[in-house]
Design a protein around this ligand. Structure first.
Ligand code: GBH
Length: 474
């Protein structure tokens, strides 16, 4: 493929929308602004600050609650076609009850969305990125079946209030990750499976509620966002290990929603049942989905929301855990500053092809992909990462026919990176967290992305640097 300048370059496929992402708790701040209620992350960071790097919290974060116009201006200057953000549950329903809707909270999101529309940036809105009301946590959180209906009530309010302005909704961001790493209850397997079970049902109920109550008038899409890693077997030939690892991660909720037959992956049902027995449980730790739930959940997503960052090495290791899979890194792999983030661009293509094969080529919206770096704005590492990952994605689209329609960088801004706080920076834009003004400075990667979007060419990092240096020294 020849680019405009005659050098070998890849075109961005027509129809692929390019954007960036954030989430409410990670950027908004304003944790107690007006009548906002307390979320699990407010409570956790305040009460268990020793478990967070530098005892930090998201009380102010990027202060996007006050600076959303600046954020949208940054997105616009980058030429972003869509912006993914999440709604804070407790900003909308301060005490969790749908009887008490915060007008101030609704106003904030209306303003943000209107600002995006002013510049032709499409809002992609997540209902739940892990920050539910603390009052619900006190009665068991996602291990409590009542959460399903609390979530439906909350979603109904958001659709009613914001639905005329939004065409793309996501229900839950990475449910499995929430249940595995951030669930605030006792972290035993049984609870983890129950948490995922309830999040899956909650997702499906919200999907059907939207179809019944809003779709006719609002014409939007509703989907779920799943984290899918890629796996390479350690000995290079154990395809079974790779598949088991995939099914216990991505497949856990993708299979019930996107596969032809629905239900949890067969290998997962089998392995968890065997391991439960081995551990002396009288029945499987993995709850059963009844046939009516299987039917109800199947097909309950208008697109496959995909977050992808990394690949792991895997080998089979019976009884190590329910999957019998041991994950590791290849010592030659490069990493971001996040310990878990191995830089493996080819793995992205693999995951896209696996999704195409397993789930009958659904429309894929890549809703997160990005690299963590330390502070600083000369982020050549990030440019290289985004270039190499996007290249693999474009090859998966053009050579393999993968139906990828959106690509979204995590993140628009440096954010509160959960337990890693402000050290691991994923932003296209640098944020100065040491100063209350939270000054934003676009990094080099945002200039690169702007060129990619406006020229519709995947500009090579060294080409970009040459042009950039030439331009800045005239
Ligand atoms: C995404 O999860 C999140 O959706 C987003 O909010 C976040 O900012 C982004 O990643 C970048 O991290 O290292 O063992 O303590 C991606 C997957 C899973 C990565 C949990 C960090 C922490 C586990 N994340 N993991 S560990």
């Amino acid at each position: 493929l020849l680019g405009r300048s005659g050098v070998d370059m890849m075109e961005i496929p027509r129809g692929l929308s390019i954007g960036a992402s954030t989430s409410a708790y990670q950027v908004e701040g304003g944790w107690n602004a007006s009548d906002k209620g307390v979320s699990v992350w407010d409570a956790f960071t305040h009460e268990e600050s020793s478990l967070i790097k530098d005892r930090e919290n998201g009380d102010i974060a990027c202060d996007s609650y006050h600076k959303y116009q600046e954020d949208v201006a940054l997105a616009k200057n980058m030429g972003l076609q869509h912006y993914r953000f999440s709604v804070s549950w407790t900003r909308i329903l301060p005490n969790g009850s749908p009887e008490n809707v915060s007008r101030v909270g609704i106003r904030y999101y209306k303003n943000l969305i209107d600002e995006l529309h002013t510049y032709g940036i499409e809002p992609v809105v997540t209902l739940y990125h892990w920050d539910h009301p603390q009052s619900f946590e006190e009665v068991g959180g996602w291990a409590n079946d009542n959460m399903i209906d609390y979530f439906v009530e909350y979603a109904r309010v958001v659709f009613r209030e914001l639905g005329s302005r939004v065409k793309i909704w996501s229900t839950v961001n990475e449910p499995i990750i929430y249940c595995q790493f951030f669930d605030f209850g006792m972290n035993d397997d049984t609870r983890k499976y129950r948490c995922a079970h309830n999040l899956l049902k909650a997702h499906a109920k919200v999907y059907h509620m939207y179809q019944r109550e809003f779709k006719d008038r609002q014409h939007g899409q509703v989907g779920i966002v799943l984290l899918c890693h890629n796996y390479y077997s350690l000995n290079g030939i154990d395809a079974e290990a790779e598949d088991i690892a995939f099914e216990f991660g991505c497949g856990w909720l993708a299979n019930p929603i996107f596969s032809k037959d629905g239900d949890y992956p067969a290998v997962m049902k089998q392995k968890v049942a065997e391991e439960s027995k081995y551990q002396g449980f009288t029945k499987s730790k993995l709850p059963k989905l009844s046939s009516s739930w299987i039917e109800y959940i199947k097909g309950s997503s208008d697109y496959f929301g995909l977050n992808h960052y990394t690949s792991f090495m895997v080998e089979q290791h019976p009884h190590l855990n329910d999957s019998g899979i041991l994950k590791s890194d290849n010592p030659i792999w490069k990493k971001g500053v996040s310990d878990w983030l191995n830089i493996i661009p080819e793995g992205f293509g693999e995951v896209l092809r696996i999704i195409k094969e397993k789930y009958n080529n659904p429309p894929v919206y890549v809703l997160e992909n990005g690299l963590s770096t330390t502070a600083g704005i000369e982020d050549l590492d990030r440019i290289k990462f985004l270039h190499d990952y996007m290249k693999q994605m474009i090859m998966a689209i053009t050579h393999d026919g993968c139906n990828v329609q959106k690509y979204t960088v995590w993140s628009l801004l440096d954010t509160f990176e959960w337990k890693e706080a402000y050290r691991n920076r994923f932003g296209l834009v640098h944020v100065d967290f040491t100063n209350n003004r939270r000054m934003r400075t676009p990094k080099l990667s945002s200039k690169w992305l702007h060129e990619v979007i406006t020229q519709r060419q995947l500009i090579k990092p060294d080409e970009f640097m040459k042009q950039f240096r030439a331009a800045s020294y005239v």
